[in-house]
Design a binder for this molecule. Sequence first.
Ligand code: ADP
Length: 399
Amino acid sequence: MKILVLNSGSSSVKYQLFDMQQEMVLAKGLVERIGLEGAVLNHQKDGEKRSFQMDIPDHSTAIKMVLDFLVDNEHGVLGNIDEINAVGHRLVHGGSEFARSVLIDSKVLETVKKLYELAPLHNPPAVKGIEACLAILPGVPQVAVFDTAFHQTMPPYAYLYGLPYELYEKYGIRRYGFHGTSHKYVAQRGAELLGRSLKELKIITCHLGNGASIAAVNGGRSVDTSMGFTPLEGLTMGTRCGIIDPAIVTFLMEKEGLDVDDLNELMNKKSGVLGISGVSSDFRDLEQKAREGHQRSQLALDVFAYDVKKYIGAYVAALGGLDLLVFTAGLGENSPEMREAVCSGLEYLGIIIDRDKNQARGKETEISTGNSKVKVFVIPTNEELMIAKDTQEIAADVI
Ligand code: ADP
């Protein structure tokens, strides 16, 4: 079975074509600057990257171009477009309506559109991608995979905020959590690597990238996670503030005369480790600067590591124990320094990492010592493969 995975953003479309027999990526790429000057399609096949500048006014044109490339004599990997058996779409927000991936029909689309309010930047472009595919590939099953779905198993006491209950009923204000596809993938993979059933494990998964979140997974079900109503809550991130005292918002409105847009910009784009360091949101830059003696870069790294450590402590309590701790995403996969900073001091919880093994970057590795009660793994995330697997399973029922 061949499955196309699409991740449509406001001005971009990422794609990967999988051959599911070998779980292998046949081709992948990224269309950028859709609807803008200088639009470009970056296409990769057999490790070879090529860029093509072209006029790409909208998502429909972008997806047509991707499909043309996939069957192109020189750059393609398919003889015919009919070889694509199904398409999997990444959607950021499924609200409380979607607890798992679903086959897309008009009713699903209608529900996703009703959720626009919860994810105004993310869901509309994804729907554009879906509508383009429905028009270009009629009859090919399309599946929606939601970032929020994995966290739908959280109990009400973990997802409700201390606000009037009517606001939850009226607007759906509650914790949803994000990065669910990644948390699910690394939790499953962790169990496989341990050679144990997911059902019997208590796992904490740390997705540490520019956007960062942590999840507590009990028996394969997410029971708590650090992101909330939006992806702004939780850890201090690259440019997002994470948890702050909510009273700071009204304080700043008063003192600095900030309005809704200003505050959104401040908390989403100018805060986090960028705001603290005053230097960069990129952890590589911060680690470099800290080595050179830049104190606020070191402070930003310290704040981040301390945040992660506190969530681990909280989730050990929520889970009532811990078998496996997993690090993933850009920073989690590639920064031995950050992993060491997070784990140091957690020995009393049974988390002991091996300095040499912890030098691993970007590959599946156990980094805990032989006598560590809790196993600690680095597992590169693979959200696209997870989307392809869900799509394969759902499409198999209708093909
Ligand atoms: P996102 O998908 O949220 O943009 P990624 O998972 O791609 O994030 O992670 C990006 C982050 O990972 C960046 O801040 C980057 O600095 C960090 N990162 C990537 N490689 C390294 C590395 N070798 N050392 C430290 N940080 C790294």
